[in-house]
Design a protein around this ligand. Structure first.
Ligand SMILES: NC(=O)c1ccc[n+]([C@@H]2O[C@H](COP(=O)([O-])OP(=O)(O)OC[C@H]3O[C@@H](n4cnc5c(N)ncnc54)[C@H](OP(=O)(O)O)[C@@H]3O)[C@@H](O)[C@H]2O)c1
Length: 261
């Protein structure tokens, strides 16, 4: 049975992927740690869209977790035709003062699990000559972000990795897309105990997922959701990288001092 696997489906962008993909008729396998939320969402989508929605509660940053998920999908007889690598979190603060184990855990989830799941499920897609992988990056992928250094670096990895795989696989029938949202109304900032930047152009998960599915249809390598986010990422290409790092650092410092009062 062909199935769409979505990681981080218990809230925010992942939950919205589940809603929009169920509406287009995809059967789903939803992953996150919060089992109660996955059960509620599966029940709702099964009733509303008539799709088969299954869940598997798992911490994807745990040792061997991705292999466990791969075997679980196989034992349920599921053929994963679309993989949405969405689970991720961030942190904010001066790198030297942040908890190192949490920074390393972020790399394990945002990068390690994404790479492992891509490798595990891509093989079957290439054999079948069809499939799609959406990797959720961020506009933070386009430049260094002082005070969110590790997070931005994980997303730069996701963007570069996905674009390379897009080229490797586009003639094998497998679409690879890096989705780059800007600030989006989700649980992301609360989950990472981060100050939400006072930004214009904040998007809804619905807009972000709509942009992703449109771009996937066109087999694009990446998409920046929202015209303001697009304009910001393009404008900084005109100035030096050190200028961009200093400019963002200044903005983040100002924001942090305002919070402290
Ligand atoms: N919101 C933004 O402004 C923004 C902007 C750019 C990119 N993004 C990216 O968008 C993606 C989705 O984030 P979101 O904004 O939708 O935030 P969110 O509402 O906090 O969703 C994060 C999802 O990841 C899951 N998750 C976290 N740690 C996990 C783990 N160890 N194992 C399995 N699942 C885990 C969470 O579920 P559980 O807690 O139940 O495990 C949740 O379902 C992330 O990759 C994020 O970096 C967000």
């Amino acid at each position: 049975m062909t199935t769409t696997l979505i990681t981080g489906a218990s809230s925010g962008i992942g939950e919205e992927f589940a809603r929009q993909l169920a509406a287009r008729g995809d059967d789903l396998l939803l992953i996150a740690r919060s089992e109660d939320r996955l059960i509620a969402l599966c029940n709702e989508l099964g009733r509303a869209s008539g799709v088969k929605c299954q869940h598997f509660a798992l911490d994807l940053s745990g040792e061997g977790a991705c292999r466990v998920l791969f075997e679980e999908a196989r034992s349920r007889g599921l053929e994963v035709s679309t993989l949405v690598n969405n689970a991720g979190f961030g942190s904010m603060g001066e790198f030297a003062s942040l908890d190192l184990s949490r920074e390393l855990n972020m790399i394990e989830l945002n990068v390690g699990a994404l790479v492992e799941l891509t490798h595990l499920f891509l093989a079957g897609m290439r054999e079948r000559g069809e499939g799609a992988i959406i990797n959720v990056a961020s506009t933070a992928a386009f430049q260094p972000v002082p005070f969110m250094a590790t997070y931005a670096a994980t997303k730069a990895f996701v963007l570069s990795f996905s674009e390379a795989l897009w080229e490797e696989n586009r003639e094998r029938g497998v679409k690879i897309l890096a989705l780059c949202p800007g600030v989006t109304e989700t649980n992301f900032f609360a989950a990472g105990e981060m100050q939400k930047p006072p930004m214009r152009g904040v998007q809804t998960p619905r807009e972000v997922v709509g942009a992703a599915l449109g771009a996937l249809e066109q087999n694009r390598s990446h998409v920046i959701s929202g015209w303001l986010n697009y304009a910001q990422t393009q404008a900084q290409r005109l100035v030096s990288r050190s200028f961009v790092a200093r400019f963002i650092g200044k903005t983040m410092r100002k924001q942090r001092s305002e919070v402290r009062g």
